[in-house]
Write a protein that binds this ligand. Structure first.
Ligand code: DC
Length: 230
């Protein structure tokens, strides 16, 4: 299959987007860009610098100037922030609880979307995941997926992930944070989370990661054949 396809994967937290997007990118041998990691990195940097989460101009300045690198490795992707490995720190419960506030600021979004579009221009094909990729960042993507799952399933998956890293809270607390994040991400004015009109909606509540990946690869093959026939 030609690898000049743009694949957009959106959906709420904990639906399995990153794992699925990474696996699809590996199969197609194209880069995977995790835009949530960009919003998380701005949040972590603001926390470290003591910048207020309501200071939109200061947060936007961080979004423009932050040195951010994605390094693909065999055991997943590493995120380097100002040349420090921040892969784990951007996934902390503290960052998770604050990132939606940062991501709701229009100026922060503008700066990060500019950076995302530059990455798109540098690559012939790629898989990008987030909340507004199919609706805003890549409106002409070849394949648009909106991946979702029940709140209970998403919270259980996120809880297992956090527990492995020593989290001591409860499943109910994780579910509450996810629900609040969904409400904030879907309710904000600037590019709210929603499926693009032409997205394929997949519910992963009862599907394994491998099954979701196979369905997306099949869809990519179909779209690629359509593109070739045009
Ligand atoms: O996918 P994630 O959980 O790592 O994303 C973290 C937050 O970043 C999420 O709550 C909303 C925000 N986000 C966004 O607003 N737009 C994107 N394209 C990606 C993430």
């Amino acid at each position: 299959m030609p690898v000049n396809m743009q694949i957009a994967i959106d959906g709420p937290a904990g639906a399995g987007k990153s794992t699925v997007a990474q696996a699809v990118a590996n199969r197609l041998a194209v880069p995977y860009i995790d835009t949530g990691a960009m919003y998380r990195s701005v949040t972590l940097s603001a926390l470290q610098q003591g910048v207020s989460f309501h200071d939109e101009a200061a947060l936007a300045a961080i979004a423009s100037s932050l040195s951010l690198r994605f390094i693909p490795l065999d055991d997943g992707q590493r995120v380097f922030l100002d040349d420090r490995d921040a892969t784990h720190d951007i996934r902390s419960a503290e960052v998770g609880a604050l990132v939606s506030v940062v991501a709701a600021h229009p100026q922060v979004r503008e700066r990060l979307v500019e950076r995302q579009r530059l990455i798109v221009m540098e690559n012939r094909g790629l898989v990008m995941d987030g909340r507004d990729i199919g609706t805003h960042v890549l409106p002409n993507a070849d394949v648009k997926i909106y991946l979702t799952a029940s709140l209970h399933m998403r919270a259980s998956r996120r809880f297992d992930e956090l527990a492995q890293r020593g989290y001591t809270g409860t499943l109910a607390e994780v579910a509450k944070v996810l629900r609040e994040r969904d409400e904030a991400d879907g309710g904000r004015k600037a590019s709210p989370m929603r499926p693009a009109d032409d997205a394929v909606i997949m519910d992963s509540t009862t599907l394994s990661i491998a099954e979701v990946v196979e369905m997306i690869i099949a869809l990519c093959r179909y779209r690629s054949a359509q593109k070739g026939a045009e």
